[in-house]
Write a protein that binds this ligand. Structure first.
Ligand SMILES: Cc1cc2nc3c(=O)[nH]c(=O)nc-3n(C[C@H](O)[C@H](O)[C@H](O)COP(=O)(O)O)c2cc1C
Length: 197
């Protein structure tokens, strides 16, 4: 009787762990492996809660010495989105996104001296988190480059009234996808080197 009870308990514990692992692991990997750049949007609006989730995901990113040297401009004003699209056609802001999020480096929070450029790594990590969160929520988004193109930085700075210490890294239009691009298989074993080159 005691043995049977112990066995039943062990089975229950194992089943619980297995369920937890599958819940925690697979959906995350699937999100990473199925994300694609979406450049055409339906024009449908997204809620303040959805934007909040995207920003929380972005700010969950790692950063050098945990400096978090970032700022996010959430552009919901249609006139401003249009102006970004006209000034920077590759930003895809003319393709009816619900909003554009502009991840920036905040130089007042960046590491001083030779470590300053780590802001680029930090804001890039935040941007990737944002893209993955958008995809997991059924939204589409694309990373469109601004920095280090100084003409693009100047145009973005002017349209969004950014102060000197704020450097826009990229523009991410976000919205409901009006296209379903195929997932690209980028796995290339030749890129991998174990222990030494
Ligand atoms: C730094 C960077 C800059 C990019 N700039 C642009 C851009 O200006 N316009 C654009 O449409 N896509 C841009 N992309 C998206 C890439 O074209 C896209 O990630 C790549 O083709 C791989 O496709 P996937 O994202 O669907 O996997 C950029 C991506 C990165 C990481």
């Amino acid at each position: 009787m005691r043995k049977t009870l112990l066995f039943a308990l062990a089975v229950l514990l194992f089943a619980g762990c297995a369920k937890q692992n599958s819940n925690m692991g697979n959906p995350s990997i699937e999100t990473i492996m199925t994300r694609v750049s979406v450049r055409q949007f339906t024009g449908g609006k997204i809620s303040a809660e959805q934007i909040d989730t995207l920003l929380r995901a972005a700010m969950a990113a790692p950063s050098a010495i945990n400096k978090q040297p970032w700022a996010f401009i959430v552009v919901t004003d249609e006139t401003l989105i249009e102006r970004l699209g006209e000034a920077l056609p590759s930003s895809r802001c003319s393709n009816h996104p619900a909003c554009a999020i502009v991840p920036c480096g905040d130089m007042s929070k960046a590491i001083e001296g030779t470590g300053r450029d780590f802001w680029i790594h930090d804001v890039s990590a935040a941007t990737e988190n944002l893209l993955l969160a958008a995809h997991s929520m059924g939204l589409g988004a694309v990373w469109t480059g601004v920095y280090p193109g100084m003409d693009r930085v100047a145009a973005t700075r002017e349209i969004l009234n950014l102060p000197e210490h704020i450097i826009p890294l990229c523009i991410v239009p976000v919205g409901y996808p009006a296209e379903q691009p195929a997932v690209k298989d980028k796995y290339t074993p030749e890129n991998i080197h174990y222990n030494r080159w």
